[in-house]
Write a protein that binds this ligand. Structure first.
Ligand code: KIV
Length: 280
């Protein structure tokens, strides 16, 4: 069986089959997601904060995205892999946007790209899609615009902004996007947008009515302790599991319980004796 395709994703929406999406940033997390059967894997620019320790997604470069994407694609054989186009890789000109979207497929080995914005990027989306590159939209809270929003706050709670988001979603569908992420949008609004669109909506903090849900790998596996977003459910206490395993390793090393004979390369003791004789 090959990878999930855009056609499969369309089929999921038609059948009312909910679509789980998880981020992955490296070979190992990608293998875990693929083995679990996650159909869509997003190499999100959230990797800047999660794996590179940046304050937000703005410093993330195209080179960094390509580097992580290659690893994720190598770690998956079934999932459809989407590379998140980073800040300034698609906003300057449509030519540059197309070049970078092309690099996502050629150098990053991804199957699709994601970019942030609605009506203002719809012409760019159209150009990329017409070239044969599937595009996922992203509206609502768009983290690359954090300084315009003044923080990571919900979008679309008032009538004017809600209507704009409906128009954004329609513009992305009109431009040929295969799906659209709705981030931190009130549930009744994402229900309305989901009903309006033929393409799937993938929510994050957007309630249960979306066609799918996207979550950050490290959030749902509890891989850090300092920050738990409201829209996340922890399915594991990864940080604690790994920390206590490492504590055990330290203890076993210090007490020489590790490594055991089974975990060691063997050698005939007589060889060592001969070497000792030679040395003396
Ligand atoms: O970068 C990211 O991980 C994302 C998702 C959370 C939608 O854009």
């Amino acid at each position: 069986m090959g990878r999930v395709s855009v056609r499969d994703i369309r089929g999921m929406k038609c059948r009312g089959e909910k679509i789980p999406v998880v981020t992955a940033y490296d070979y190992t997390s990608a293998q875990i997601a693929d083995a679990a059967g996650v159909p869509l894997v997003l190499v999100g620019d959230s990797l800047g904060m999660v794996t590179l320790g940046y304050e937000n997604t703005i410093p993330v470069s195209m080179e960094e995205m390509l580097h992580h994407s290659r690893a994720v694609v190598k770690g998956t054989s079934k999932a459809f892999v989407i590379l998140d186009l980073p800040f300034l890789s698609y906003q300057i000109t449509d030519d540059e946007a197309l070049r970078n979207a092309g690099r996502a497929l050629q150098e990053g080995a991804a199957q699709a790209v994601k970019l942030e914005g609605g009506q203002r990027v719809s012409a760019t989306v159209k150009r990329i899609v017409e070239t044969g590159i599937p595009v996922m939209g992203h509206i609502g809270l768009t983290p690359q615009s954090v300084h315009v929003f003044g923080g990571y706050r919900a979008r679309g709670q008032g009538k004017k902004e809600a209507l704009e988001l409906v128009r954004d979603a329609q513009a992305l569908q009109g431009a040929g996007a295969f799906a659209v992420v709705l981030e931190l949008v009130p549930a009744p609004l994402s229900r309305l947008i989901t009903k309006q669109l033929d393409i799937p909506t993938i929510g994050i903090g957007a309630g249960p009515h979306c066609d799918g849900q996207v979550q950050v790998f490290h959030d749902i596996l509890g891989l850090y302790t300092d920050f738990v977003p409201k829209h996340t459910r922890r399915y594991a206490e990864g940080f604690e599991v790994f920390r206590s395993a490492l504590e055990k390793f330290i203890e076993d090393t210090r007490s020489s319980v590790f490594p055991s004979e089974d975990e060691t390369v063997s050698m005939d003791e007589s060889v060592i004796q001969e070497i000792e004789k030679t040395l003396s």
